[in-house]
Write a protein that binds this ligand. Structure first.
Ligand SMILES: NC(=O)c1ccc[n+]([C@@H]2O[C@H](COP(=O)([O-])OP(=O)(O)OC[C@H]3O[C@@H](n4cnc5c(N)ncnc54)[C@H](O)[C@@H]3O)[C@@H](O)[C@H]2O)c1
Length: 180
């Protein structure tokens, strides 16, 4: 099974872990500069949006154990310093919101990553939205981005409404709070 890591255990990183556990995707390491393993366990267990975690969570030193799956916890601020190779994590979900260019995301290769999936939009990485343009993905791509949550939702609707014109749309994210 491919082994994966998560960088950034915020709102999105925690949801990612829940989905990966449901789908039996092997998360072997998580890095977040601001969190200990104990705090990760607490935030994973008690989530006011997604509800209480239905499973077992245990912490031993810097290892988070979720349903008997051992996940090593790191606290690095620099992606180049995260030793993904120690747990053989090859696919990294970049979920800090900070390292969204190809160059910045590629810093994970330093620690042994083989592919990086930026869980946000990117100014230069190919944006592959699941179910929207999944066919554009090819295995030579080393860094891809998923697009922001709002863009993925909008694209799903627009694809139904006007598929031929889909690539012409631009999503103005968070414009409403700025305008009001
Ligand atoms: N694709 C989607 O569907 C989708 C949905 C929601 C959010 N997002 C994107 O995901 C990203 C994160 O959003 P969020 O809501 O989870 O934010 P968040 O602030 O809740 O989480 C970010 C986490 O990264 C950690 N962090 C900050 N700097 C770090 C560093 N240098 N190294 C390691 N960890 C660091 C923070 O401690 C925090 O826990 C944003 O870019 C957002 O746009 C994508």
């Amino acid at each position: 099974m491919v082994k994966c890591g998560i960088n950034g255990f915020g709102r999105l990183g925690r949801k990612l872990l829940r989905v990966c556990i449901e789908r039996e995707i092997d998360i072997v390491a998580i890095n977040d500069v601001n969190m200990s393993a104990d705090y990760m366990a607490y935030l994973l267990m008690y989530d006011s949006t997604h509800g209480r975690f239905k499973g077992h969570i245990k912490v031993q030193d810097d290892v988070l154990e979720v349903n008997d799956q051992k996940i090593k916890v790191y606290k690095e601020s620099d992606p180049k310093e995260i030793p993904w190779y120690s747990e053989e994590a090859e696919y990294i979900f970049e979920a800090t919101g900070l390292f969204t260019t190809t160059e910045k995301a590629a810093q994970h290769f330093n620690g042994g990553a083989k592919k990086v999936i930026i869980a946000a939009s990117s100014p230069d990485a190919p944006i592959i939205m699941y179910g929207i343009n999944t066919d554009d993905y090819n295995s030579s791509m080393k860094v891809i981005a998923t697009g922001t949550g709002g863009a993925v939702c909008a694209a799903a609707i627009l694809k139904e409404e006007n598929p031929a014109e889909l690539r012409k749309y631009t999503v103005c994210y968070l414009i409403i709070p700025h305008v009001l």
